[in-house]
Structures are given as C-alpha cells and as structure tokens.
Design a protein around this ligand. Structure first.
Ligand SMILES: C[S@@+](CC[C@H](N)C(=O)[O-])C[C@H]1O[C@@H](n2cnc3c(N)ncnc32)[C@H](O)[C@@H]1O
Length: 298
C-alpha cells in the first residue's frame, strides 16, 4: 500500500517554507478567534484558575527564567502574532527582536508598537545569518514545524551569547513509541498541521548539550497544561455547533484568498483538534520546556 501519509510529511519537510507560510496564512485568524492570540499553552497551577491568570503567571515565569530584566538583546524565534515578544519588550529596556517565517503571523505582530521591539521575516534554519547573539532567546510551540530538529536546535544555540539563556518549549514525541503508534495517533494531526516530524525531549536536550549549552531544566508539563487541551476541544465543538452557512461561506471565501488549498486546511482544523487531544490523552505527545544556558566566557 502506498504510504500517503509519510509522503505528505516528507513534503512538509522538503517544502517547509511554503507549507508554513500557507498553513499559518490559512489558520492564523481562525485560531485567534476560537483559541487565543497566543498559540502556546498556559501552565496551570491551581484548581479554578482562569486561562488568562494562568497565561499571566506562565509568562512571568518564562521572563524570569530567561533573566530578561538584565538582558540587553532578546530574541523570540517563531514569534507568531507577537504577544509574547511584546511581553518581553515590556520586561526589559534592551532590544527585543521577534522573527517568524509566516508573513501572515508577522502582519499581526507588527501592529504591536514599542520603541524597543522589532519584527523580521526570518527562518530559524538561518539564524546564523542574523550575525548577532542574544542574552535571552525564546522559542515556543514552533520546533515541531522545523524541518531538521538537530540543525534548527544548533542554530538556536548558536545565537545564545556567553552567559545567555535559551527557553525551548515544544510538543515532543514520547520516547520509545513504535511506528504503528506514531502512525495511528500522531500522524493524523501532523498531516492537518503541516508538522513534518516530532522530536523527543531527550534528543532536544542532547542537541543543545552538543552545541555547547548546559541544560538547566527539562520539565514535562503535560499534567499542568491539561485545561488548554480541554478548552481547545470544547471550543472546536462549540465552533462547529454554532456554525451557520453564512459564517462558513465567509470563512471559506476568506481562506480562498490565501490559496487553493487553504479552504481544505481551515476545514481540517476541526479534525486536528480531536486528533491532537487523543494524542495528548494517550500520553504520546509531551509538552516540554527546556531551559539551557551558554556558559559565560572565562
Ligand atoms: C504554533 S505557532 C507559535 C507562535 C508563537 N510562538 C506563539 O506561541 O504564539 C508556530 C510558529 O512557528 C513559525 N515557524 C514555523 N517554522 C518556522 C521557521 N522555520 N522559522 C521561523 N518561524 C517558523 C510559524 O510561522 C508560526 O508562527
């Protein structure tokens, strides 16, 4: 039997620039409307905590872990719609740069105006071409899209200045899954989201160590991000339950302006929400935060 799914994932890897551009142009407003302006997860600590409270505390923790208050140059890789880059810019008097491969995402990011905040259309695979290093580097919920995880991680590590920190947060594949488990549980949502491959947390950590960074912490956050999955699932159900013909026509017409394949991508987001929750419930998908530091020069 032809391996259609595998072929598609290889296309996401080989043509990642196009697939990322098209995917996010098609879905950025859909997720902003039905999910949040942040495309990453809030880490919950207390029963009854609201989503916004959890996001506020999560961001404060990340800012603290990156020591942003004493950073003079800060980079957010794959900054999306720019919400966290703006939080970084508020937390430092230094310069903050947000880079992303999606022009559609950047169009929203650029509406955030602060004197110390700028955005650039740039690919993580070519971070070395920036010709700069940074005291704090964040990369959230994006590495799953990167075509070559080891090379991307090396690029991230390369722009961390001596004494600087990197926070890499991503959806990882559980260690030790067999091919059938991957195919049945992970591949469906990867196909809907243009994700070419998933890496294990252990491999990310070893790529960082291999690039000269010291891993300070690697936290599996699955138990603490559960409400995000529940919300995503509920909102997907609510969105289709409330969907009128007029609204559907408006959404699909808008997607058609992005490209011929975009209406299909928009429709597939419903199935993606169901499959990704199944991957999380099965424990095959691990939401992991890795904090690493480049030792200060002696
Ligand atoms: C799920 S969104 C996360 C956005 C943002 N970090 C957030 O948490 O809201 C993934 C982002 O990664 C970006 N991205 C994917 N591949 C990239 C690459 N090779 N270089 C730079 N950005 C990339 C996408 O354009 C998208 O904005």
């Amino acid at each position: 039997m032809p391996d259609r799914g595998g072929r598609e994932l290889r296309r996401f890897r080989d043509a990642y620039r196009d697939s990322v551009e098209t995917m996010f142009a098609a879905v950025t407003d859909l997720y902003a409307e039905h999910w949040h302006d942040f495309f990453h997860f809030a880490v919950f600590e207390h029963e009854g905590e609201t989503w916004d409270e959890a996001f506020a505390r999560t961001h404060a923790r990340y800012v603290e872990a990156l020591r942003v208050d004493r950073a003079t140059r800060v980079l957010e890789v794959a900054c999306g719609r720019g919400g966290f880059a703006e939080i970084l810019a508020v937390a430092t008097e230094g310069d903050v740069l947000g880079v992303d491969l999606s022009r559609a995402q950047l169009a929203h990011a650029r509406k955030r105006r602060r004197p110390n905040l700028r955005f650039l259309h740039h690919d993580v695979m070519r971070l070395d071409e920036l010709g700069e290093t940074f005291d704090a580097v964040a990369c959230m919920d994006a590495a799953c899209y990167f075509p070559d995880k080891r090379r991307a991680t090396e690029q991230l590590a390369q722009v961390v200045a001596p004494g600087g920190r990197l926070l890499l947060i991503d959806w990882c594949r559980q260690d030790g899954l067999n091919l059938l488990q991957e195919e049945l549980v992970l591949r469906p949502f990867m196909q809907f989201w243009a994700v070419p491959s998933l890496e294990t947390a252990g491999n990310y950590a070893s790529y960082l160590e291999g690039s000269g960074l010291r891993v300070l912490a690697a936290d599996d956050l699955n138990d603490r991000v559960r409400p995000n999955w529940e919300l995503g699932y509920e909102r997907a159900i609510a969105a289709v339950s409330d969907l009128t013909y007029e609204e559907a026509a408006r959404m699909l017409w808008k997607a058609k302006q992005v490209g011929a394949g975009a209406p299909r991508m928009v429709k597939e987001q419903f199935a993606a929400a169901l499959y990704i929750k199944a991957a999380y419930d099965a424990g095959f998908l691990r939401y992991t935060a890795i904090l690493a530091e480049r030792p200060a020069a002696v």
